[in-house]
Ligand binder design. Structure first.
Ligand SMILES: Nc1ncnc2c1ncn2[C@@H]1O[C@H](COP(=O)(O)OP(=O)(O)OP(=O)(O)O)[C@@H](O)[C@H]1O
Ligand SMILES: [Mg+2]
Length: 246
């Protein structure tokens, strides 16, 4: 593996009595694309949220590029800006234009000049194929277009790693591929990515590794090819049996 960029060591997390992350150890190398897959409630979103420090952890450590995630304050805001996150729901600001949605973070958090932020935003919107929509408002775009704007908005912060939590699961089927294509290109360009998705096509095309979670644990890790064709654990076999028959 290349130099590790995201390192989780012995991470534990409870929600009340529920042990939602059980002793998670995971290293993600620079430029690596890891797909996280597993049944509903297995802790995939919590894992992503912990890496972005949207959730606290009780013990263990999470480091991004050698730096431990701080508890709070300015250092946290800075480090969080290094971690881009794209959710199932696009969370764009409804009352702001597409362009403003993409420039807001760089201007407010990165202190980039407006003109520079706009130039870069237009390049990114071009890259995700929605530059011609820059002056529109989110509600005027399709779900797939909005999700591509959300990706551009994350990229505008120059993150070191991008987290995707089921980015296509709220989309109509015909819009899924346009979002996955953007993600595949991002992976090809060398972005470090952690992607929660059940899209096996994406995993096969873009992932270096599949991490299978069940009941808060990492049960199995393998290449996409090996994982999908030759799962080792009963949990993974059972899970794949279910998603493959749908
Ligand atoms: N804020 C919270 N308070 C209490 N319990 C929570 C909270 N967030 C998540 N949980 C519980 O923690 C467990 C793991 O949730 P999580 O959202 O990480 O699962 P997931 O693998 O992302 O599931 P899905 O595939 O449905 O998105 C679930 O049992 C969930 O109900
Ligand atoms: Mg989830």
């Amino acid at each position: 593996m290349t130099e590790p960029l995201v390192v989780l060591k012995d991470v534990q997390k409870h929600f009340g009595d529920l042990h939602v992350l059980k002793d998670i150890n995971l290293e993600i190398g620079k430029g690596e694309v890891v797909v996280v897959i597993g049944p509903s409630g297995s802790g995939k979103s919590t894992l992503c949220r912990a890496i972005n420090r949207l959730e606290t952890i009780e013990s263990g450590t999470i480091t991004i590029d050698g730096k431990t995630l701080p508890e709070e304050g300015k250092a946290l805001a800075q480090l969080r800006a290094d971690v881009g996150m794209v959710f199932q729901s696009f969370n764009l600001f409804a009352h702001k234009t597409i362009l403003d949605n993409v420039t807001l973070g760089p201007i407010k958090v990165r202190k980039v000049k407006k003109a520079d932020a706009e130039k870069r935003a237009m390049e990114l919107l071009e890259r995700v194929g929605v530059a011609h929509q820059a002056q529109k408002f989110p509600a005027q775009l399709s779900g797939g277009q909005q999700q591509r704007v959300a990706i551009a908005r994350s990229l505008a912060m120059d993150p070191k790693v991008m987290l995707f939590d089921e980015p296509t699961s709220a989309l109509d089927p015909e819009m899924i591929n346009e979002v996955l294509d953007v993600m595949v290109n991002l992976a090809k360009e060398g972005m470090t990515m952690i992607v929660v998705t059940h899209e096996m096509g994406f995993a096969r095309k873009a992932a270096n590794r599949v991490v299978f979670m069940a009941d808060g644990q990492i049960v199995e890790e393998n290449t996409p090819e090996e994982f999908f064709t030759n799962p080792q654990s009963d949990r993974a076999k059972d899970f794949l049996g279910k998603i493959l028959t749908h």
